[in-house]
Design a protein around this ligand. Structure first.
Ligand SMILES: [Zn+2]
Length: 426
């Protein structure tokens, strides 16, 4: 299916002032923090109410209907021409990690509002719903995507999960004044055209490519494993090298093997983030070593193949030293491809704006991954100039924000054109 260009629908006006507003709103929202001097806003903290108030005021200015759903997500909606019209969803999350930057998640929300403002007087053949997810980072309950899971009806299994204070998700919702029994009403109903999420890249790829924006191909699939190497602790002075069963030496070879394989495999990232040797004394050969592995790729087959190779190497490296190896998978998550039609709409919009927006995978999880189980989903990344994120020095360029806004507005107009064409039987 080739969609025609719909650049004629509306020449995109100067969106500079709106881009500045989206950026200024991030600075405003950064003031709402649990910890003075930082930006820290975990799920349902008191400052979440200030975020809700700020965005609600903006939504009211735009004439949108606003509601806080039972998971604490703020939903601002512009109805479509008929009750049967499908909905296009735009947004991201407003919670943060501790001592965060001002843009991760938040910029995707303020840009969604800016898109709605840019299209305020433009008729659209669908409804528009702006989503500010209450929870994405997984900080408070050790599990991410509480906000977006409510939209796809998979939050119920988490309601009894407890935070560090022993408060359950259910209890936290109730304490905030929300009603868990109303969670079904938070679920997406009716036809959904798709979900578009604008988000900072949080990595160095676009900066290195000299590109302001990138179109996400897929959210990488991931395995997390624990590797327990068991050898023999023994005297460091009296045990000749040929008689050792050094668990740390085997694990060290594995760390290097993981790095080498990932460097040699396009798109693969592999990380040993934790390593501990026991008993842990200067004059004792390590008898046991525990390591972790995090391995990701945008294609499941490539990831599975790499993992197989790496584990075979790990077993061989252990065996060479008389060390036994036990592998435990702690998490497996398949890759989530983004929707080809929405990706193409973003690519065409970027091309029409004369912008370089290469394809790239997302190594991190995002709300789009959750919504993709229910509707077409796509993501537009904005360059992270210093590649820092989950850090107070996180930053973004105003011209990239402007570019993202122009591309998003143009893409929404193109979808409007396509949808209109579809309705008329083209
Ligand atoms: Zn984020």
């Amino acid at each position: 299916m080739t969609a025609p260009h719909h650049d004629h629908l509306s020449p995109v006006a100067d969106l500079g002032p709106l881009a500045r507003r989206a950026l200024a709103a991030c600075a405003e929202l950064a003031r709402f923090t649990e910890t003075p001097g930082e930006i820290t806003r975990t799920f349902l903290c008191p400052q979440s109410r200030e975020v809700t108030a700020y965005l609600s005021a903006w939504a009211h200015d735009l004439g949108l209907n606003v509601r806080l759903d039972a998971a604490g997500n703020l939903r601002a909606r512009r109805e479509g021409p008929t009750p049967e019209s499908p909905t296009l969803y735009l947004g991201s999350h407003v919670d943060t990690v501790p001592n965060a930057g001002a843009y991760d998640g938040v910029l995707g929300v303020t840009l969604a509002y800016a898109v709605a403002e840019a299209l305020r007087g433009t008729p659209l053949p669908f409804a528009l719903e702006l989503l500010a997810f209450s929870e994405e980072e997984g900080v408070r309950f050790g599990v991410p995507f509480i906000g977006s899971r409510a939209l796809v009806g998979t939050l119920d299994d988490l309601l009894d999960r407890q935070d560090a204070q022993g408060i359950s998700v259910r209890g936290a919702l109730e304490a905030y004044g929300l009603t868990p029994a109303e969670l079904p009403e938070a679920e997406v109903r009716g036809p959904a055209l798709g979900f578009l999420e604008l988000h900072i890249e949080q990595g160095p790829v676009l900066q290195a490519a000299g590109a302001p924006l990138g179109v996400v191909t897929a959210i990488a699939g991931q395995n997390r494993l624990r590797l327990d190497f068991a050898g023999q602790a023994a005297h460091a002075g009296t045990t000749p090298m040929a008689h050792r069963r050094d668990a740390l030496a085997a694990a060290a070879r594995f760390v290097v093997a993981a790095e080498e394989l990932a460097r040699a495999t396009p798109g693969l990232v592999a990380t040993v983030g934790m390593l501990s040797a026991h008993p842990g004394a200067i004059n004792v050969i390590p008898g046991a070593t525990h390591a972790t592995l995090d391995i990701r790729h945008e294609q499941d087959a490539a990831r599975q193949e790499a993992l197989k190779t790496l584990l075979a190497q790990a077993h061989a490296l252990a065996a060479e030293r008389g060390v036994t190896l036990t592998v435990t998978e702690t998490m497996t998550q398949p890759a989530v491809p983004m929707n080809p039609g929405l990706r193409a709409a973003l690519q065409r919009a970027a091309a029409a704006e004369g912008l370089n927006a290469p394809d790239l995978p997302s190594g991190a999880g995002h709300d789009a991954m959750v919504l993709a189980t229910r509707m077409p989903a796509a993501m537009l990344f904005l360059r992270s100039p210093n590649a820092l994120s989950h850090h107070p020095d996180e930053t973004v360029n105003l011209e990239d924000v402007d570019a993202a806004l122009r591309v998003a507005v143009r893409a929404v107009l193109a979808l409007a054109g396509q949808h209109g064409a579809g309705e008329h039987g083209a």
